[in-house]
Write a protein that binds this ligand. Structure first.
Ligand SMILES: Cc1cc2nc3c(=O)[nH]c(=O)nc-3n(C[C@H](O)[C@H](O)[C@H](O)COP(=O)(O)OP(=O)(O)OC[C@H]3O[C@@H](n4cnc5c(N)ncnc54)[C@H](O)[C@@H]3O)c2cc1C
Length: 478
């Protein structure tokens, strides 16, 4: 680190230690898995740094996992008696909640039954090469069902982690290059114990409900390796033999969690607070875990970090919040740049809405990027802002109102919808001509002498302005 900027990386390449110099404009992304990324961050940023505030990274979470196997008579499930001629197999998902937290069951079922729940699951969703083999061993009487339960562990998003909760810090042991290893403290609390109990209880209840009558179902007992007629009792503290050990599901998450400055490690783009060019990617940035397997969520967030960049006015704290597919501006002044590519001739379609009158925002097109000198002013001076502001701050002039190409040309009309309803913008740029339609009505046609290509950006203008965007689509024109 040089001050608050990452300036070099120490690495070993083909067995040779090297130092790679990093210019300040280069982003460094820690994507080494939750434990290793956290170790690198603690070791590199300095324990007790402004990012962590302490020597520990809290909010470590993993999934609570159970593997319960039952078999139910074919006839009880409405299937014809006798071994099926074709391979019978199915898989589905059931979601549940307990104490405000999530769990789900990944359920697989087939007419094949083994004693190992994990092996059963892979046989039930077979590799194509084994289909004939599995079809040949199908059971004429029973359908075996594996209920793989995954429960959400509670987080502890706190820059002063609770020592009784889960966290990672640096061990006194060192690795092969002399750096301190990670020490991982993963524990469940009473609330996790309750959720796990509720999830297991629900699994046995669901299985019994599927069977209809107790005489139609048997439960696999992994302690005695045999089917039994009664469900094994669920111990309120320890559950039973069907549980995996905590952490063995490899879904560690949360230690570099995203949120607001002062109460989290990274921002909602995965950028470390207080570091100019350092990012984290992966389940490490999750503020909470949910029960879903983590990879797809982590990938979506990483794609967002890679594709968009928020440039804030110094001293201001603008944000672009995400609620599913909806973006919402919050806070001070900044531009949220789409940085994956620049566009020359295109049609840009998007929807937006205001929360209250006077909400201010805008859509920038053909604008210099976030790396330009004085990027925010460059966007205003050299790019084009299609304005969103029903009152036209600061003076009410039409050239500052919704549909204006800000400070360049006023719109011809204002077919804006009432507050709270979605408006559509179709912005067409072709050569020097920029045309704007609002809710299907052409309202602006401007011949620009400014730069003919550039980035898109969405504007966060001020507090309390809150503008929402959705359905951004672009079509390039030849
Ligand atoms: C057996 C198993 C089954 C799983 N099943 C599922 C599943 O079905 N669905 C699901 O959603 N998730 C599953 N997961 C979890 C999922 O794989 C992880 O959550 C996900 O891969 C984490 O992504 P990541 O980018 O943070 O880290 P990783 O995918 O672990 O990538 C980190 C990379 O960094 C490299 N690396 C580490 N340290 C360094 C270093 N110091 N220098 C350079 N490189 C380094 C590693 O070699 C690795 O390639 C499973 C995990 C395991 C282990």
């Amino acid at each position: 680190m040089s001050g608050n900027t990452i300036s070099s990386l120490d690495l070993v390449s083909d067995g040779i230690p090297r130092t790679l110099m990093i210019p300040p404009s280069c982003a460094v992304v820690l994507a080494a898995g939750t434990v290793e990324s956290t170790r690198l961050a603690l070791d590199s940023l300095g324990v007790g740094s402004t990012t962590f505030g302490t020597s520990r990274a809290g909010n470590l979470m993993a999934h609570l996992r159970s593997n319960i196997t039952v078999r139910i008579k074919r006839t009880a499930l409405g299937l014809p008696a006798g071994a099926p001629a074709d391979l019978e197999t199915t898989a589905f998902l059931v979601r549940g909640k307990s104490g405000g937290r999530q769990f789900h069951f990944q359920i697989s079922a087939a007419a094949t039954g083994g004693i190992n729940p994990e092996k059963n699951m892979w046989e039930q969703i077979p590799d194509v090469e084994f289909q004939d083999h599995i079809r040949a061993i199908q059971d004429p009487n029973w359908i075996t069902i594996v209920l793989r339960g995954i429960g959400e562990m509670v987080g502890n998003p706190n820059l002063s982690p609770d020592p009784a909760a889960s966290w990672i810090d640096l061990s006194s042991e060192v690795d092969e290059v002399g750096r301190r290893r990670a020490y991982v403290n993963l524990v469940k609390n009473q609330s996790d114990t309750q959720l796990w109990f509720d999830m297991d209880t629900a699994a046995f209840q669901l299985a019994a409900a599927l069977a209809g009558q107790p005489a139609n179902i048997e439960y696999w007992n992994g302690q005695i390796n045999a089917w039994q007629q009664n469900p094994p009792p669920v111990d309120p503290q320890t559950g039973g033999f069907w549980r995996d050990r905590l952490g063995s599901t490899h879904h560690e998450a949360g230690t570099l969690y995203a949120g607001s400055p002062g109460s989290s490690v990274s921002d909602t783009n995965g950028k470390f607070h207080g570091i100019t060019n350092g990012y984290a990617a992966g389940p490490a940035v999750f503020p909470s875990l949910g029960s879903a397997n983590p990879s797809l969520t982590a990938l979506s967030l990483a794609r967002r970090s890679a594709d968009w960049q928020l440039v804030a006015q110094p001293g201001s704290q603008p944000q672009m919040l995400r609620f599913g597919a909806v973006l919402e501006t919050l806070g001070g002044y900044g531009l949220y740049f789409y940085i994956k590519e620049q566009f020359t001739n295109f049609k840009l379609w998007l929807e937006w809405r205001e929360t209250h009158t006077g909400d201010n925002s805008g859509v920038f097109i053909r604008t210099p990027g976030p790396g330009a000198a004085n990027a925010l002013q460059a966007a205003v001076d050299q790019g084009h802002e299609i304005q969103i502001d029903d009152i036209g701050a600061p003076d009410g002039a039409n050239i500052h109102r919704t549909g204006a190409i800000y400070a360049l040309q006023a719109p011809t009309s204002f077919p804006i919808k009432p507050l709270g309803l979605w408006n559509t913008y179709l912005i067409e740029a072709n050569g020097p001509l920029i045309k704007v339609s609002l809710n299907g009505t052409p309202i602006n046609s401007y011949t620009s002498s400014r730069q003919p290509t550039g980035y898109f950006a969405l504007q966060a203008h001020d507090f309390p302005s809150r503008i929402q965007f959705r359905n951004l689509q672009v079509k390039k024109l030849p």
